[in-house]
Design a protein around this ligand. Structure first.
Ligand SMILES: O=c1ccn([C@@H]2O[C@H](COP(=O)(O)O)[C@@H](O)[C@H]2O)c(=O)[nH]1
Length: 229
């Protein structure tokens, strides 16, 4: 079972160091826009030097040539996982993959953000299908482009596994243990539901980073995710 991915949604290296001090084991962490835009590639190299695995969550979405060049740069960071928006299209996803050629970094595509409801998708993006149909369409497109998997909610993980194969990564944010606030997330699930629905990874931010005891919250989520309770 893959380790839960902890979203390091902090704005400074100092906050990251304070948070990581709670742990004495190698972690799988996610560096997103908030942290990367403040601290840049140096911080990513620092986290890797501590022995942690890194998902660099920058969600690239631009013309194919720009995405390919940007990925060529990110490949040098030696991170474990990077992503693009599937809405950028088949050609853009193929270009992203080309940019990562000769690197070990895995590439996944965001389908529909877990903060998006079906109603919002239909009205804001003018997509006249169900949310699951849209997510499945993007997952199949990512698969066709040769990507390693997608970001989706737990609610679509099983259908994506059936359509794209069980090796295809289903990285699922929107994880909320029972009785924890959904905040801005719309498509949420517990760690146990994620396991039962065939998610390959869970991404957990505030339920751990805002906890009074981050190490204990991490361990509880890890146990529930790996069926060790
Ligand atoms: O569809 C998506 C894609 C990325 N995220 C990111 O995951 C974490 C979730 O944080 P929580 O505090 O557990 O809600 C956050 O960094 C998002 O940028 C996502 O939530 N949904």
């Amino acid at each position: 079972m893959n380790k839960p991915i902890i979203a390091l949604d902090f704005s400074s290296k100092t906050q990251v160091e304070q948070f990581l001090n709670h742990f004495d084991e190698p972690l799988f962490v996610k560096v997103g826009m908030e942290l990367y835009f403040q601290e840049g590639p140096e911080l990513v190299r620092y986290i890797k030097s501590l022995g942690h695995s890194v998902f660099l969550d920058l969600k690239l979405h631009d013309i194919p040539n720009t995405v390919e060049s940007a990925m060529r740069g990110l490949a040098k960071l030696g991170v474990d996982l990077v992503n693009v928006h599937a809405a950028g299209g088949l050609e853009m996803m193929k270009a992203a993959k080309r940019g990562l050629a000769d690197s070990e970094t895995q590439l996944i595509a965001v389908t529909q953000l877990t903060s998006t409801s079906e109603e919002q998708m239909q009205s804001d993006q003018l997509i006249p299908v169900t949310l699951e149909e849209s997510v499945l369409h993007y997952a199949k497109l990512a698969n066709q482009a040769g990507l390693d998997g997608v970001v989706c909610s737990v609610l679509e993980a099983e259908a994506i596994g059936a359509a794209c194969g069980t090796d295809f990564l289903r990285v699922t944010p929107g994880i909320r243990p029972a009785n924890v606030s959904a905040d801005d997330q719309k498509r949420i699930a517990t760690p146990e539901q994620a396991r039962l629905q065939g998610a390959t990874h869970i991404v957990v931010g505030r339920a751990i980073t805002k906890s009074e005891n981050p190490a204990q919250s991490y361990q509880q989520i890890k146990n529930e995710w790996s069926d060790a309770i």
